[in-house]
Design a protein around this ligand. Structure first.
Ligand SMILES: Cc1ncc(COP(=O)(O)O)c(C=O)c1O
Length: 486
């Protein structure tokens, strides 16, 4: 096993050169309160620059990432994140702008945010926007809080229920419950789309709204969206679009045209920010006319050639993030949108959809396909056939790692047993898609003919199978001397 950086340490070696201190060492206690001063030197590795460079390279190789191989994690849109985004986000005027800067000293940043907001309004076809939420889930919470305020201002205290399809992402019911609503689940029909009869039966007076993911988490467009909208609006409710899957719809279908009152957009997915391991993200929301007054403050406004923050919205739900939201992610999304333009964005969605359908068409004879037909930007298959041979979807996912691919999303959505949700994204070329297809077919064959190969996987990763719950809940990545010397 590769030696860790502490084990390579040798007294006196250095990998840095710092400018001389401007203050005398002996006077440090004048500047730093005594209780904060170290009693003994920190135990840090003493290594040369090349060793530290190798150390970080090595760490990056231990993990799977989009620059290592295809990462078809359904619903997460792990597309390639263009390097130009990073360059722009690191520009001095963006990266080093003080968050307390006065409006007149932050015109460039405000302009960028205003223009991003305008782009998102155009992309969603809705007239109001807030860039503040820091994730899709926080966008959901913020959007549903605007629903709540809407009913409160109208004195409609009977509106206590949010309807949520059973295929929805777990954050949907969590957000609605956090906003103080009761949740009622709506069934999916045999075609994977919302069951209209079940929805009809549940659209009664107490319904404040419906949260609908479109395309839904099965990768299917909710073709009855107009009928659904009529039912929900018909009982005095509002309709929320979980726009996490917007990668399939760019410039093709807009939330506003489908009469949604609110949509959140996962900028980190659709508009490309590296977002593995839980962050960073941004989940702006766009809203219909009737919800604009409830949006978080401040609103970014353009007066002539000047940009200003306006806090004067008495009915606002308040602030949901400090300053301008997750600013660096906003810069990346803005760069991405401006680089591609309308034509480029359309090609993103078209290629994302074509790629997912290409994979589905090539593997459909080897795996169970719960909803036959075309999909949008991701396809859902089931490992049910393999399960009968004693190989689970988890085993298939592990084996994919050995073959150089990140696993798709597994066991989600819950309505499909042994689910595998595959989202190749538009950034993979034909050779990579074919490589993934070949790997999936190989695993299906192994599951039948030599199941042990799949059951033993992964054998090529730095660690084999972990206790996933413990690894997640008690993540421990600290180096300890005792652990090595023990
Ligand atoms: C359909 C759907 N909705 C909501 C979310 C939540 O988004 P975030 O992870 O940015 O909070 C996700 C995240 O994967 C999602 O796939």
């Amino acid at each position: 096993m590769e030696k860790l950086i502490f084990e390579k340490s040798s007294p006196g070696r250095i990998g840095y050169s710092l400018p001389n201190l401007e203050i005398e060492k002996k006077n440090i206690s004048e500047f730093i309160p005594k209780e904060y001063l170290r009693k003994e030197a920190a135990e840090l590795p003493e290594v040369s620059e090349i060793e530290i460079a190798r150390h970080f390279q090595h760490l990056s190789h231990l993990n799977f990432n989009i620059e290592k191989g295809m990462y078809p994690l359904g619903s997460c849109t792990m597309k390639y994140n263009p390097k130009v985004n990073e360059k722009v986000a690191a520009m001095d005027g963006f990266a080093n702008l003080h968050p307390f800067s006065r409006d007149e000293n932050a015109q460039g940043a405000l302009k960028m945010m205003f223009e991003l907001g305008e782009c998102l309004k155009k992309i969603t076809g809705l007239p109001g926007v807030s860039l503040q939420p820091a994730a899709g889930s926080q966008g959901e919470l913020t959007g549903i809080l605007t629903f709540k305020k809407y009913f409160e201002t109208r004195g409609e205290t009977n509106k206590t229920v949010i309807l949520i399809p059973d295929s929805a992402h777990g954050t949907n019911p969590a957000s609605a419950a956090m906003a103080g609503f009761d949740i009622v689940s709506v069934k999916s029909g045999p075609d994977g789309r919302i069951d209209l009869d079940d929805l009809k039966a549940k659209c009664i007076d107490n319904v404040a709204g419906l949260m609908l993911t479109n395309p839904n988490t099965l990768g299917l467009f909710e073709t009855d969206v107009i009928e659904i909208e009529k039912l929900v609006h018909g009982c005095g409710g509002l309709i929320y679009m979980d726009g996490a899957n917007l990668n399939a719809l760019l410039t093709i279908a807009r939330a506003g045209d489908m009469k949604f009152d609110c949509v959140h957009i996962n900028l980190h997915k659709t508009f490309s920010t590296p977002h593995g391991g839980g962050g960073p993200g941004a989940g702006p929301i766009c809203v219909s006319e009737k919800l604009i007054e409830f949006l978080p403050v401040p609103n970014i406004e353009k007066h002539g050639e000047e940009y200003k923050l306006n806090y004067n919205f008495p009915n606002t739900v308040g602030k949901v993030h400090t300053f301008g939201g997750n600013f660096g992610v906003l810069v990346r999304a803005y760069t991405y949108i401006r680089m591609l333009g309308e034509v480029g964005l359309k090609r993103v969605s078209e290629n994302a959809v074509i790629n997912a359908n290409y994979i589905l068409s090539k593997i459909k004879d080897y795996f169970e396909v719960p909803y036959p037909g075309y999909c949008l930007h991701e396809c859902i298959i089931s490992g049910n056939f393999q399960k009968r041979d004693g190989v689970s979807t988890r085993d298939i996912a592990k084996r994919l790692l050995d073959l150089g691919f990140h696993a798709p999303t597994i066991y989600f959505p819950l309505v499909v047993k042994e689910a595998m949700l595959i989202e190749p994204t538009e950034t993979e070329n034909l050779e990579n898609l074919d490589g993934f297809i070949k790997a999936m077919i190989q695993i299906a064959t192994e599951a039948k003919e030599e199941p042990d190969t799949v059951l033993q996987a992964p054998v090529t990763t730095p660690l084999r199978r972990l206790d996933e719950a413990t690894a997640n809940r008690n993540l421990d990545i600290r180096w300890r001397k005792e652990a090595v010397t023990a």
